[in-house]
Design a protein around this ligand. Structure first.
Ligand SMILES: Nc1nc2c(c(=O)[nH]1)N[C@H]1C(S)=C(S)[C@@H](COP(=O)(O)O)O[C@H]1N2
Ligand SMILES: [Mo]
Length: 260
């Protein structure tokens, strides 16, 4: 048994019980995993901040967090609600770059050798070259990208509606998650309703030109309904699964759903 120095006696039983209680009310493993992480953090800071711990107040606070998360998750996503779109004149120039490293370290992916890998709960697991992806029917949209670091910017992205692509490859549309692995070792995953949202775009162009290296060449997933960190750049592999895949920032405590 692992004990935090300040977490002794019946206090960790309280936390454990609260987590079990939350698990009982939260069906999705993804939500459960996130709640358990936030409960650990919230619970520990709560406990370490009090010299006298009242069992009931801890439990009440933990359950209030759980209910808040449940409600937030439930109202956050409406599969029929569209994110705002903008005229070209409102595009932010230059569009900001962001990653967990500097702009000069963005991965350079070889165009000719690129093969998008498809695995998991999918009927057709063939690999896709860039030429094949470009041959699919395309659309574009001007939407706002919002980063949790406190900036937002309007950009124009073009590509293949992701729902069309998932149907084309025979993905199991009743599966829970779609996961992404990127050339820079970034990874993330999304819920199937968002994957099927009409504005979710398997993106090949920025401002009507092939995606520049810094914005995710050769391909990224663009979702105006989700925060920046949920939008993977430099995608190398896509997989459909019922096993919670997490994500680079999500595994460090960022909200997994990360959207509206
Ligand atoms: N592969 C990869 N994708 C990523 C990231 C990253 O570090 N690597 N950062 C995310 C974050 S936090 C943001 S805000 C956006 C930034 O995209 P941009 O450079 O096109 O503005 O990419 C997201 N997707
Ligand atoms: Mo971000």
């Amino acid at each position: 048994m692992k004990h935090s120095p300040w977490l002794v006696g019946n206090k960790d039983i309280i936390l454990k019980d609260a987590r079990t209680e939350v698990s009982r009310h939260v069906e999705q493993p993804a939500r459960r995993a996130f709640l358990q992480r936030s409960l650990t953090l919230g619970g520990l800071s709560l406990l370490s901040g009090c010299s006298l711990v009242d069992e009931n107040s801890v439990e009440t606070a933990l359950m209030a967090m759980s209910r808040f998360n449940d409600k937030a998750q439930a109202w956050l996503f409406d599969p029929n609600r569209l994110a705002p779109t903008y005229p070209d004149s409102m595009i932010t120039r230059p569009f900001p770059f962001n990653a967990f490293y500097g702009e000069d370290e963005a991965p350079v992916v070889d165009e000719a050798g690129y093969q998008l890998e498809i695995t998991g709960l999918v009927a057709d697991r063939k690999k896709w070259s860039l030429a094949e992806l470009r041959a699919l029917p395309q659309t574009d949209q001007v939407t706002r990208h919002i980063c949790v670091e406190g900036w937002s910017a309007i950009g124009k992205w073009g590509g293949v509606p992701f729902a069309d692509f998932l149907r084309r490859i025979g993905a199991d549309l009743s599966a829970k998650y779609v996961g992404f692995k990127c050339a820079d070792d970034y990874y993330t995953s999304i819920d199937m309703p968002t994957a099927l949202h009409p504005q979710t775009l398997l993106t090949l162009t920025y401002d009507s030109r092939p995606l520049p290296t810094k914005y995710g060449f050769p391909m990224k997933l663009r979702m105006p309904t989700k925060l920046g960190y949920k939008n993977p750049k430099h995608i190398q592999a896509i997989f459909v699964t019922n096993t919670y895949p997490g994500g680079y920032w999500e595994d460090q405590g960022y909200n997994w759903f990360g959207g509206s």
